[in-house]
Design a protein around this ligand. Structure first.
Ligand SMILES: [Zn+2]
Length: 361
């Protein structure tokens, strides 16, 4: 059983002055919404809701289904708008075959386990130039050690099911196995007569996410089809969610300042960088603090900004930060520190004391 502390760690000290926050923006927990099977309702119903609430999510697509775009499956063109708007396009394999039954094979050998895992990734990256396909989910949430070994060769993380509400254990801030990121599937009543009948599951889902907040963990939700409530009964499908339910969940997430909602890829990048990063060449003299934020990761992939807190001398009120990501000209000191984002391995970060009231040049 994983060991857990009662209170979440809010960060890791890189030296006496510099702390990297556990989650982006100093939030208490992370949350990813994941949508499986590239169905058309993801483009038609899910994306508009996410856009309205400013939510970013992960879509695990079946690449052969995108090729045919039959029945309820969206095609590559329809899904392009999802990719273009900054949502993650992850792999749910080529054909959604149960991987456990397949020969291991190789990337170039059709209908083998490695082909299902690797060819789907190269197809996504070929169809959507500029998109990096970094994470996957196993069909039927089913995998074993051999499958996970292959997945590890091609992805930074992979999602399973395995979240049991009766014994809720979310992903820790530093998952021990990146190829087994657990997720929770909201379950709805067998007969759906009124939207209110789905509300107990909303309350349970919020409560379970609340546990991740309490423990500083990463909650992942697995979702399949989403249609307006009036259609859920006739639509059928697997644990089909109503648009009303998804809206209510997104609305609640937006009220929570303690949840960092982002894609599986972004949370993976952040956590792996956060645990690998260190400070080098730290100097603090006069009105300047300088250091390099370094790690040994591949900087072409691991380039997500990390949230840092840097303690500054007691007489500093405003600070200019150079060499960091998206920082305004000068930021205010709060409780003896400044907080900002910086991408590792981008040269030296420099903090300069600004005199209050003096115009920033
Ligand atoms: Zn699936």
């Amino acid at each position: 059983m994983p060991v857990r502390s009662s209170a979440p760690q809010t960060g890791r000290k890189l030296n006496d002055c510099v702390t990297v926050k556990t989650w982006h923006g100093g939030r208490t927990s992370a949350l990813s919404l994941t949508f499986d099977d590239s169905s058309r309702d993801h483009v038609r119903h899910v994306k508009p809701i996410l856009d309205r609430f400013g939510c970013t999510a992960t879509f695990y697509v079946i690449t052969a289904a995108l090729d045919t775009a039959e029945d309820r499956n969206a095609g590559w063109e329809e899904f392009a708008s999802v990719a273009a708007d900054g949502h993650e396009i992850g792999s749910h394999t080529v054909t959604h075959a149960r991987l456990r039954g397949l020969p291991q094979g190789g990337s170039g050998q059709p209908n083998t386990c490695e082909w299902e895992i690797a060819f789907s990734k190269s197809e996504i990256e070929r169809r959507y130039p500029g998109v990096r396909c970094l994470t996957m989910s196993y069909p039927f949430a089913d995998s074993d050690a051999d499958i996970e070994t292959i997945a590890r060769r091609h992805y930074l993380s992979a999602r399973v099911g395995d979240f049991f509400p009766d014994n809720p254990i979310w992903n820790s801030a530093s998952p021990t196995d990146w190829m087994r990121i657990v997720s929770f599937i909201p379950r709805f009543p067998p007969r759906r007569t009124t939207p209110e009948g789905d509300l107990p599951e909303l309350e349970r889902t919020k409560k379970l996410i609340g546990l991740a907040i309490e423990r500083g963990e990463w909650a992942v939700i697995m979702i399949h089809s989403v249609v307006p409530f009036e259609l859920v009964e006739s639509y059928g499908g697997y644990e089909t969610m109503s648009t009303e339910w998804l809206e209510a969940l997104c609305g609640w997430i937006r009220t929570r300042g303690d949840i960092w909602l982002d894609t599986v890829a972004h949370v993976t990048l952040y956590a792996r960088e956060r645990d690998a990063v260190r400070v080098e060449g730290f100097t603090a003299a006069g009105d300047k603090i300088e250091f390099a934020l370094v790690d040994d990761l591949d900087t072409t992939i691991f380039n997500h900004p990390l949230t840092l807190e840097v303690n500054v001398p007691g007489d500093w009120r405003r600070v200019r930060v150079l060499g960091a990501a998206s920082v305004p000209e000068a930021i205010d000191v709060t409780d003896g520190h400044v907080r900002f984002d910086a991408v590792p391995a981008q040269g030296r970060v420099r903090l300069e004391k600004r005199t209050q009231g003096r115009p920033i040049l």
